[in-house]
Design a protein around this ligand. Structure first.
Ligand code: PHE
Length: 331
């Protein structure tokens, strides 16, 4: 084989190449596994030692030259792509705007509330959306024949077998986590439990069959409603970035005593109810296995939609759930 001629051919033909597809063809032809040069290297074994040394060295030198030519050409082509006037890529064109998704107003509100509690030292706990009758009601002092069960219109889940011990339901509030948590943990502690709740309700501007709550539970030796009020004041300041009036109204929930409803009022606004709360009923501590009446604490159930509606001036709770893009795009 005429190595000189081969080298000459390769050099001439690479000098004519302008595009990377042509260069790739050139690479396959002159440096590929089936190129004349590769085949020549493979056949070296059959030559006499002297020929081998002479021709082998020559072929190596040519191979090196061709590899260098290839590298230089590749760089040259890459540089030229950006220079060519009619190139497919014009880096002076303004970029295409990327469409970015964004968070749902309820997510935004929940995150703000959660991070405010985190700053106050609360831990974040989650619980099941499908609950047993026991944790949703009985454990909270609401036995089957208790009239207070009427307060929570319940979506029951059909039992798979009639023998199932405890009936299942979609939790009507996040309060079942009070007992689930206390059964496993000794005070002192402070937790919040954000989560979805469900009620069997006719929907209107302020009622939905699904909604979000944040349950709170703080238990210790000397915890009082005054601590609760301080926590809520701090939370409101963080969320609304202004002074917010807070008032407690006496109310009734079987798992707290005393029970209160919490209303807030922003500057020039009306009083709006945002949560039920109270001091944890001693019966719950007993059920949880706490001894000696050593502990006391407060619990609350905060409606996330309520806060979001006040914060963003939304007048219909159903807007959060019907996926109307015109609504969602405003956040
Ligand atoms: N779980 C109650 C509700 O959903 C709210 C509440 C929570 C009341 C904790 C008192 C204490 O209506």
């Amino acid at each position: 084989m005429d190595l000189e001629k081969l080298a000459q051919q390769a050099k001439t033909s690479i000098s004519l190449i302008e595009e990377s597809s042509g260069l790739e063809q050139w690479r396959i032809q002159y440096l590929g596994r089936k190129s004349a040069l590769s085949l020549f290297f493979n056949s070296l074994a059959q030559l006499s030692p002297e020929e081998k040394k002479h021709l082998g060295g020559k072929a190596n030198k040519i191979h090196k030259e061709l590899v260098l030519l290839y590298k230089n050409k590749k760089e040259e082509i890459e540089k030229n792509i950006f220079k060519k006037k009619d190139s497919f890529l014009d880096i002076t064109q303004p970029g295409e705007k990327q469409i970015l998704g964004h968070l749902h107003p309820l997510t935004l509100t929940a995150r703000e509330i959660i991070s405010s509690f985190e700053k106050m030292g609360f831990s974040i706990i989650e619980g099941p959306e499908i609950e047993t009758e026991y944790y949703n009601f009985d454990a909270l002092n609401i036995p089957e024949d208790h009239p207070a069960r009427e307060m929570w219109d319940t979506l029951w889940i059909k039992p798979k077998t009639i023998k199932e011990k405890s009936r299942l339901l979609l939790r009507t509030h996040t309060s079942p986590m009070q007992m689930r948590y206390m059964e496993k943990h000794q005070p002192p502690f402070r937790i919040i439990v954000p989560g979805k709740c469900f009620r069997y309700e006719a929907t209107d501007a302020s009622h939905e069959i699904q909604f979000f709550q944040i349950e709170g539970l703080m238990v210790g030796e000397n915890i009082t409603l005054a601590n609760f009020k301080a926590v809520i004041n701090e939370l409101m300041k963080n969320i609304f970035q202004q002074e917010v009036e807070v008032r407690f109204r006496p109310s009734y929930f079987p798992f707290v005593a005393p029970g209160v409803e919490v209303d807030i009022r922003l500057k020039n606004g009306d009083w709006l109810e945002i949560m039920g709360a109270g001091m944890v009923h001693p019966e719950l501590f007993k059920k949880a296995g706490y001894k000696n009446n050593q502990w006391q604490g407060f619990a609350f159930g905060l409606g996330i939609e309520r806060i979001a509606m006040i914060k963003y001036k939304i007048n219909d709770i159903r807007l959060f759930f019907n996926s109307d893009i015109r609504f969602l795009e405003q956040f």
